[in-house]
Design a protein around this ligand. Structure first.
Ligand code: ZN
Length: 175
């Protein structure tokens, strides 16, 4: 199965100010493949399990039905270390670990669905709701479990801003 490039910047947190790019090393071809692009990264260490939780939340205000912040993607990692900080760009590497159940990465055909919260809309406080986590993705998990990844965290590059701007202008002129 060909790995999809998953661009979550339009639905993930703070993507206008911080960008996260995750790539994977295919252990058979030894080639690096681009995987996920998103906004603000979250990485937290579980001391008891010696694992990391890596992910990015959906845009500000998007919650699950119980009003907890929802995730655009989240997965478990092991063996995470810092490989460098260069001009403010921080890079980390690690391996995809945990269980199939922890692997919550959407696909381009199954992106998180955002819907208005009806109760808050009635109270004049509109916001969107989505599942707390994307559905498990056992098919992709079987393909990439144990693969080494690299995360880089940086400000959105000029080129990306230009592309984003071009899209905004096209939308404005077509509406
Ligand atoms: Zn609500």
């Amino acid at each position: 199965m060909k790995l999809e490039l998953l661009d979550l910047t339009s639905i993930s947190r703070s993507a206008d100010t911080v960008q996260c790019d995750i790539s994977l090393w295919n252990p058979e071809t030894l080639m690096r493949v681009g995987w996920i692009r998103s906004g603000a990264l979250c990485m937290s260490y579980h001391q008891n399990l010696h694992t990391w939780e890596v992910g990015c939340r959906l845009i500000e205000g998007v919650t699950d039905e119980e009003h907890d912040s929802s995730w655009a993607f989240r997965f478990t990692a092991v063996g995470v270390w810092t490989t460098g900080v260069y001009n403010g760009c921080c890079t980390f590497e690690g391996w995809l670990g945990g269980e199939a159940e922890d692997f919550r990465v959407p696909t381009t055909t199954l992106m998180p669905k955002l819907e208005p919260c009806s109760s808050c809309a009635k109270n004049g406080n509109p916001h969107n709701i989505a599942r707390y986590l994307p559905e498990p993705n056992p098919e992709l998990w079987e393909q990439v479990r144990g693969w080494r990844f690299e995360v880089s965290v940086h400000t959105p590059s000029r080129k990306d801003l230009d592309l984003w701007w071009k899209r905004v202008v096209e939308q404005e002129t077509s509406s």
